[in-house]
Design a protein around this ligand. Structure first.
Ligand code: DGT
Ligand code: CA
Ligand code: CA
Ligand code: ZN
Length: 594
């Protein structure tokens, strides 16, 4: 059945094609509907199944016409009007618009002028210098296309963590319910909480492979079976591939360690073991000091069942903890397994004591209907209170570069909103911070009046424009923003959108040093399309002494849930509770923001 993400994807495609066709107004309506459909907390296909038309039309931005298309899509798997549009404009629009600076309008023009339909067509035209000859384009645009085509190709094949992880949770819940399953766990990038996922890996420990594999491929959510064999099977669920591997319970820990990766971590771990006369593989940790069958190379000639890889004295393999312990290392959370120093830290007992969800006491960046959010101040605060938070910050958009006219708040409106926020604060149990999301212009300035700055508790400053600057200019710009004494948090520092645009490239250490010196926190924006900062940049920030703020950037109560992605992303950057200001006591937070 169609997921909300798939439905949203169709409307995004609709919007892109209409825009490529120079249609006005409608694309915006479709995009708004897509966004709300994507964020909707329950499966919309269920409403269709139950014939609950009202529930569909209750979704913000979904009127009669869009509801009809949703029903058509869920029931038939396609939308006639969209198919017609696709025939008329046979452009791989999602692929082509992944190139920074190439929007649907440009894609439409390139199709009409040069017949470009695919990324390959586009690359060929750029190589042949045909693009700069089209009116309105120039050598700079053409060069930009050449520079970004690789990025566009690569990202097209990966899913967002925020879309793949809920599916992985469902797979796990299903497998746990199978009688023959003794142990199961996700593995691979999904267990490491990487921000994008190539495929979902799951591992089962059982003594009855056949029964488990048979039930797995018959799972109700499976759209098609890709392959299945005696010890593994792969299926497709929506757009996501799920790989199941089945092992005996006694080797579950070894397989879990191996298939969690990442590859670099595994290679380093294997070398670490070899240096100590041990051998690590997907079957266990083995003492091979008494084995004279040659070094590592002999394993390659082993049978498909790994017979010759189970050579020597097995020291561990049943549990993952045991695997690391046999190597003299403490167990480490999967988020850390990227070969950025975690093995040395495990050896010396200096692994970080990572932040957890329970440590989070608030959020500093959310939106209301005052700008582009869907709810009132009261509703957002109520939802934050309902999550047990101690404090909560509203940060609607201020007007400025990159913000659609009329959507951002003027200085006068900011002062009006602050007053309302104070009233809501007085009437609620949690501390409510009056904030704003200011816009960092191309030179690093934020355009807020002194009066607004004085009235506000939290100023989140974010870039929303000029995201194609070179590294030096981008770094200077962001450093200037964090040095501004009014700025408390630098919002989504790179401005990247996963699978859509790469955002600013900047020197994370230089930025973090400036942030640390000026008591400005760097944001981990938890929106699954952003996750910005991310693992390596969070780690650089913390190493330089900067503080992190994990924010949801929620535009409605349901997306306060995004905190889950932000916390795991911060864990990928070795964040301990003290590094993250939203674990602090309310008084400490006030002090930091002041
Ligand atoms: P993905 O699916 O592209 O998001 O990334 P992963 O990390 O899930 O990669 P995947 O699905 O190809 O393989 C799952 C894990 O299996 C991977 O993280 C580490 C392990 N693995 C796969 N191939 C190799 C390999 O050739 N050598 C080693 N040491 N480990 C491997
Ligand atoms: Ca994978
Ligand atoms: Ca895989
Ligand atoms: Zn925001």
């Amino acid at each position: 059945m169609a997921t909300n993400a798939e439905i949203a994807g169709r409307f995004e495609e609709f919007a892109d094609l209409l825009e490529a066709d120079d249609v006005e107004y409608k694309p915006r309506a479709y995009r708004r509907a897509a966004e709300n459909v994507r964020a909707h907390p329950s499966p919309i296909a269920d409403y269709v199944e139950a014939g609950d038309r009202d529930a569909i039309e209750d979704i913000d931005g979904v009127g009669d016409a869009i509801a009809t298309k949703i029903v058509e899509y869920v029931e038939t798997g396609s939308i006639d009007e969209l198919e017609e549009l696709q025939t008329e404009l046979p452009i791989d629009i999602a692929d082509i618009t992944r190139i920074e600076g190439v929007g649907p309008k440009t894609a439409g023009k390139l199709y009409h002028e040069l017949g470009i339909e695919t990324l390959d067509d586009l690359e060929a035209a750029a190589e042949a210098n045909e693009i700069q000859a089209v009116s309105g384009f120039g050598p700079k645009t053409e060069q930009n296309i050449r520079d970004n085509i690789e990025f566009a190709r690569e990202v097209g094949t990966r899913q967002l963590l925020g879309e793949a992880r809920p599916l992985a949770d469902d797979v796990l819940a299903f497998l746990e319910g199978i009688e023959e399953v003794e142990r199961c766990e996700v593995a691979g990038s999904i267990r490491r909480w990487r921000e994008t996922i190539g495929d979902v890996d799951v591992l089962v420990g059982t003594n009855d492979n056949e029964a488990v594999i048979e039930q797995f491929v018959e799972w109700g959510s499976v759209d098609s079976e890709i392959e299945s064999g005696p010890a593994k099977a792969s299926v497709r669920v929506g757009e996501i591939r799920v790989d199941l591997r089945v092992v005996v319970p006694d080797e579950f820990g070894a397989a879990l360690q191996y298939f969690t990766g990442n590859k670099d971590h595994n290679v380093s771990l294997r070398n670490y073991a070899i240096d100590r006369g041990l051998k690590v593989n997907e079957y266990g940790v083995f003492d091979v000091s008494e084995v004279d069958a040659g070094p590592d190379g002999s394993a390659e000639s082993g049978s498909a069942t790994g017979g010759s890889q189970r050579i020597g004295d097995r020291l561990a393999g049943e549990t993952e903890e045991g695997m690391y312990e046999a190597l003299g290392l403490s167990w480490m959370p999967p988020e850390l397994r990227t070969d950025r120093g975690e093995i040395a830290a495990a050896e010396s007992g200096t692994l970080p004591d990572l932040l957890t969800r329970e440590d989070i006491r608030g959020d500093f960046h959310s939106h209301t209907e005052w700008s582009d959010g869907n709810n009132t101040i009261e509703e957002m605060v109520g939802a934050a209170d309902g999550r047990g938070y101690d404090y909560f910050g509203l940060a609607d958009h201020a007007e400025g570069p990159g913000i659609v006219g009329g959507m951002g708040l003027s200085d006068t409106e900011i002062l009006e909103q602050v007053e309302q926020i104070r009233e809501v604060d007085a009437a609620s149990d949690i501390d409510v911070f009056a904030g704003i999301e200011a816009n960092v212009d191309a030179d690093g300035e934020i355009g807020l009046s002194e009066a607004a700055i004085d009235a506000l508790d939290v100023i989140v400053a974010s870039t929303h424009s000029a995201l194609d600057q070179d590294t030096e200019r981008a770094t200077n710009r962001l450093v200037r923003a964090v040095e501004n004494p009014a700025v408390d948090v630098l919002g989504h520092p790179s401005g990247r959108l996963l699978n859509e645009r790469s955002g600013l490239d900047f020197d994370a250490t230089a930025l973090a040093e400036a942030a640390a010196a000026h008591d400005t926190a760097l944001e981990v924006n938890s929106n699954p399309r952003r996750l910005d900062l991310w693992g390596s940049t969070v780690q650089a920030a913390i190493d330089a002494g900067a503080k992190i703020a994990i924010n949801t950037d929620a535009h409605q109560p349901s997306t306060l849930e995004f905190m889950r992605w932000g916390v795991h992303t911060a864990r990928r950057g070795w964040a301990e509770p003290g590094d993250v200001i939203n674990t602090w006591e309310p008084e400490e937070v006030r002090e930091f923001l002041h």
